[in-house]
Design a protein around this ligand. Structure first.
Ligand SMILES: Nc1ncnc2c1ncn2[C@@H]1O[C@H](COP(=O)(O)OP(=O)(O)OP(=O)(O)O)[C@@H](O)[C@H]1O
Ligand SMILES: [Mg+2]
Length: 340
């Protein structure tokens, strides 16, 4: 800015000097000053935008990791785009290890998601819950066995069509340098304002931005590195709104990877209310990687993952009665809650 102003003044001074010396006319000087100023401002703008674009590219890259990062995932040349799907998923004796790692995270692993069902994945940290979600969304392909949708190996389906079926709330939601609204509609810029409205209500973002001092421009408030920093709970709510918009635009599965760290109670309320709204309104299946009993209890089917396999499965009541790993985990969570 200062440099630009110095340049500007120097041009005027030089212009006045030349006019006085009779070397040039006033009109020419005015022309040079105005065009010069426009050009310099334009350059400044370009530079600003360029650095903004660069910063956003970095965060968008991280955001799209789950969508298209993995070069190993190829779309088969014979891949088909199904016209409909009932949304029945099966993991059939799959094994998986991360590229370059010998140790299998999942082995001989079976799982089933019935249409419109809500399943919960629980298990200790590092047992592979997020990995199951990544395989489900085809961020990676399995090493053995197969994952099927309506009986078809998902590797035979068009990859991009398949991935659009999933609305994902990641464990740690990425927020990029843009307005709150742009963050929410990312990937669905054509979302209608009615859809945005519904989404921010479902995710309880309307109560968040009502704290006017932090969000002076409401949804138009700049967030991320150069704007308002969002807390973990607030980021999860952005993720929820984003997922909700995806669901209104054709996604058939909600994958919710609940943050492990304890979130503020308002986010917990947001999660619960979104789940209720969605289950009532939309014909979709939900896969919740859940740490909170309030979420787990709602599931039709709970899978307890341990040692790379499903150790137990069933309803909350059934699993409690079994007195196995699940009831121990529930007990642990209760102890944790008491200690707070
Ligand atoms: N990108 C990766 N590359 C290599 N190993 C990985 C990668 N991501 C996860 N792992 C490993 O895979 C195993 C399962 O990890 P995963 O993230 O699925 O666990 P989780 O059940 O989601 O744990 P948490 O409850 O802490 O979120 C862990 O041993 C982890 O170290
Ligand atoms: Mg995880």
């Amino acid at each position: 800015r200062i440099v630009l102003n110095v340049f500007f003044l120097a041009t005027i001074a030089l212009g006045v000097y030349f006019v006085l010396m009779g070397q040039t006319k006033v009109g020419t000087v005015v022309f040079i000053i105005t065009t010069g100023n426009v050009t310099i401002e334009g350059l400044g703008e370009i530079f600003n935008n360029y650095s903004k674009i660069l910063r956003n590219l970095v965060s968008v890259n991280r955001l799209t990791e789950i969508m298209n990062a993995d070069t190993e995932i190829h779309n088969s040349p014979t891949a088909i785009v199904p016209t409909t799907t009932t949304g029945a998923i099966r993991f059939e004796k799959i094994s998986f290890n991360y590229p370059g790692k010998d140790q299998a995270v999942l082995e001989d692993f079976d799982l089933q998601i019935l249409p419109k069902q809500m399943i919960a994945l629980v298990g200790r940290s590092g047992e592979g819950k997020t990995t199951v979600a990544k395989l489900l969304c085809r961020v990676y392909d399995v090493n053995q066995g197969q994952i099927t949708l309506d009986g078809n190996d998902i590797r035979t389906l068009d990859r991009d069509w398949y991935r659009r079926l999933f609305a994902i709330v990641q464990q740690d939601v990425d927020v990029f340098d843009a307005t709150l609204l742009e963050n929410i509609t990312y990937g669905y810029e054509t979302a209608t304002s009615a859809q945005v409205d519904e989404a921010i209500r479902a995710a309880h973002i309307h109560t968040m931005i009502e704290k006017q001092d932090r969000f002076p421009d409401g949804l138009a408030t700049q967030v991320g590195e150069r704007g308002i920093r969002l807390s973990g709970g607030e980021r999860q709510r952005v993720g929820i709104a984003r997922a909700y918009i995806a669901l209104l635009n054709g996604a058939k599965f909600l994958v919710l990877d609940e943050a492990t760290s304890s979130l503020d109670s308002e986010t917990e309320v947001a999660v619960q209310s979104m789940l209720n709204t969605i289950r009532k309104k939309l014909d979709i299946s939900i896969v919740a990687i859940a740490h909170r009993l309030s979420t787990i209890r709602k599931a039709d089917m709970i899978y307890v993952i341990d040692g790379g396999k499903v150790a137990e499965s069933g309803s909350h009541e059934k699993l409690l009665a079994q007195n196995g790993l699940y009831s121990r985990l529930v007990e642990l969570q209760k102890l944790g809650a008491l200690r707070k």
